[in-house]
Write a protein that binds this ligand. Sequence first.
Ligand SMILES: Cc1ncc(COP(=O)(O)O)c(C=O)c1O
Length: 384
Amino acid sequence: MDNKLMLMIPGPTPVPEKVLLALAKHPIGHRSADFSAIMAEVTENLKWLHQTQNDVLILTASGTGAMEAGIINFLSPGDRVLVGSNGKFGDRWAKLSKAFGLNVETVTAESGKALNPEEFKEKLVADTEKTIKAVIITHSETSTGVLNDLKTINRYVKDHGEALIIVDAVTSLGAVNIPIDDWGLDVVGSGSQKGYMIPPGLGFVSVSAKAWEAYKTAKLPRFYLDLGPCRKSAAKNTTPFTPAISMVIALQVALQMMRAEGLESIFARHQRLMGATRAAMKALSLPLFAPDEAASPAITAVAPVSVESEKIRSVMKKRFDIILAGGQDELSGKIFRMGHLGFVCDRDILAAIASLEATLTELGYESFTPGAGVAAAAQVLTQS
Ligand SMILES: Cc1ncc(COP(=O)(O)O)c(C=O)c1O
């Protein structure tokens, strides 16, 4: 049926009607008092969402742009950086860092497993000369549905004292608690098409006072993504270049919705949706790719054995207009991923699981009792 599409991918995520209506408005001038008033409100609400008094800067860029800005503004050629790499996005920050001439050391974990904080500790403790300038971590590794233990890794970075912690929070911000000021996170990057409930196009970077100190001596080339001018303009509620004005207007509405829901409720909702999805997959005897103790509240990756992932995705799309994500790179064809990030409610999970059951039946998969997935999801949803 036309116009019934249900996005269950980890981004772009579904967009609320209120936000879509805001996007339909005429753009206004970005040097106008009206736009400055929106920037002032949005900036205050971004700080609320990030749980910080640090600068939270808005870029017209995707999440990768936000992360590039978060890396290149604070480092110099040849700087030693530790990059956590247990999936596509961790790998990306290692590649990006190499492309800019940084001295990259990766700390890896098998696909589907979390990074081991003790491996970071070992390298940080051994670094008595303080040559490690930054530790770059992907909090929620979207490619595998793994949530890395940012809190513990950050604690080791703090003990080191010198290195900055730079965090990819692209699919964790707005889904799981990231108390930036409490934990002392230096740089946190994210993108609009995820927990923010608006389309792709904006990137966000929060920057600590310690990172701004590093900015003063950082020598990597930068221009469009130079956060210095961005900060100066933000102080006057404007931007150095023409921003994606309509997206900022959409962001204003989305952040108002988030404030009305409240941070605790937002985190609890994502936890509940993750719990229901995982319970359902277990009831359907579909193996989960990430372990319970390192599961991302944004996305659940599933590695079916006696039924093909790509067939599941294809039937879900054709019969039910539900879009699931596939595996990326070497995981292509091996897993499917169900997003539960952003504007997603209990009903969406029940609909998706019921449709998944019907899909499995259509594909001749017999390792489950019909209704078991829905019942397991419903139980989690009603109990939490
Ligand atoms: C964890 C993570 N980091 C970075 C990105 C890249 O963001 P973008 O595609 O907006 O550049 C994504 C996108 O899915 C992501 O999930």
